[in-house]
Design a protein around this ligand. Structure first.
Ligand SMILES: *Cc1c(COP(=O)(O)O)cnc(C)c1O
Length: 365
């Protein structure tokens, strides 16, 4: 089976894991600090590493004051983690539509969903795309809303403003989950220039223990401390940070490879009748997933599975799940959901794999 998504690991990760084991401390410590420092240098802004992308989103939302009774606008077309992070704060996720011809939030739909309870927007960089982000930022500013970016797909990508994703924006969250552009095994990060947000996240990830981060980096801890709010066990340990450090060295190569895969697919699939491509700016971004549209999606998936090619459906829209069901329809999202199929996009694919995937899609009719 040709895997749709896969981590790219070698002796570099093994070596650094060995040095973490030699160090003897597997909790949040010196390796976590080093990983955060390197991320800070790369993004030129403050970074707090946490246990995963979902906890990053939850803490970011809490940090900007989202709480029970609030509403948060969010695209329905996202991993359920985005919705779960919002409902974990007690707030209500308000499912929104994407813009026709893109995979990202539609400002006209945001206008329809706005109420006096709306507190924040979560923008999802679907397949690493930031196509409508500029308009969403303007909308958020106009309505005095906080804007959290779910950039779980976008680590290492360049935004429309030519800066790395995370280097600008209100609050940006990354995932370093097992199959993301960069993996820590499990991990995530909250990135913001707003120091009050960062101070909140740094304490909340350590059970709300005030100002413990610096001590933890030195394998120390506080004994006489105060706690003023609910906290969580959401820090990142040395082992995960070590894997992230090894991966960071290879990031430029990873992104280049993803760009090349997207370019190859674009050139070769655009000629195939029955397949629609959505150009989301592949020259800038190393997409985390590569999605195509087909009127005959389920049969195409069966055909590819039989050919030994793993595919996926990103994602079942959240407003169709029992827990997040809406009384209204989201026409663009629902149309896309019936056509979308994710084909393999990961850095261990060979040219032979890619030729075979294109050939297999072309042979479907
Ligand atoms: C992976 C992912 C998350 C959650 O990240 P985890 O590290 O798995 O918790 C959130 N949003 C999107 C769009 C994702 O793909």
């Amino acid at each position: 089976m040709i895997k749709m998504s896969k981590a790219d690991l070698d002796e570099n990760e093994l070596e650094i894991i060995k040095s973490v084991l030699d160090d003897g401390y597997l909790g949040m410590g010196a390796f976590t600090r080093r990983f955060e420092d390197e991320l800070r240098t790369y993004l030129s802004t403050d970074v707090a590493c946490v246990s995963n992308g979902t906890s990053a989103l939850q803490l970011a939302l809490e940090a900007v004051g989202v709480k029970e009774g609030d509403e948060v606008l969010v695209p329905s077309l996202t991993f359920v983690a985005t919705f779960q992070a919002i409902s974990a704060t007690g707030a209500k996720p308000i499912a929104c539509d994407i813009k026709e011809g893109t995979f990202t939030l539609c400002v006209d739909d945001l206008k329809k969903r706005l109420t006096p309870q709306t507190k924040a927007i979560v923008f999802v960089h679907f397949a690493s795309s930031d196509e409508t982000l500029k308009d969403v930022r303007t909308f958020a500013k106009e309505h005095n809303l906080r804007l959290i970016e779910d950039a779980a797909h976008s680590f290492g990508c360049i935004g429309e403003d030519n800066k790395p994703i995370g280097a600008s924006g209100d609050v940006v969250c990354f995932s370093f989950g097992s199959i993301k552009n960069l993996t820590c095994g499990e991990g995530g990060a909250v990135v913001s220039a707003d120091q009050s947000v960062m101070n909140y996240v740094k304490d909340a990830r350590l059970l709300g223990v005030e100002k413990d981060t610096e001590k933890r980096y030195k394998s120390e801890r506080s004994w006489d401390f105060d706690v003023t709010h609910q906290g969580w066990r959401y820090h990142m340990g040395n082992l995960n940070a070590g894997i992230g450090l090894a991966q960071l060295k290879k990031l430029p190569g990873f992104i280049q490879k993803r760009k090349e895969i997207a370019e190859f697919y674009t050139q070769n699939l655009k000629k195939i009748t029955g397949i629609t491509l959505v150009d989301i700016g592949y020259s800038r971004i190393g997409p985390h997933i590569f999605c195509i549209l087909s009127q005959n999606r389920d049969a195409l998936r069966d055909h590819l599975t039989k050919a030994g090619i793993e595919t996926g459906i990103h994602y079942k829209p959240n407003h169709l799940l029992s827990f997040y069901k809406t009384p209204y329809a989201l026409p663009v999202t629902e149309k896309i959901y019936n056509q979308i199929i994710t084909i393999p996009c990961q850095t261990t694919l060979t040219q032979k794999d890619l030729d075979y995937i294109v050939h297999s899609i072309a042979s479907f009719s």
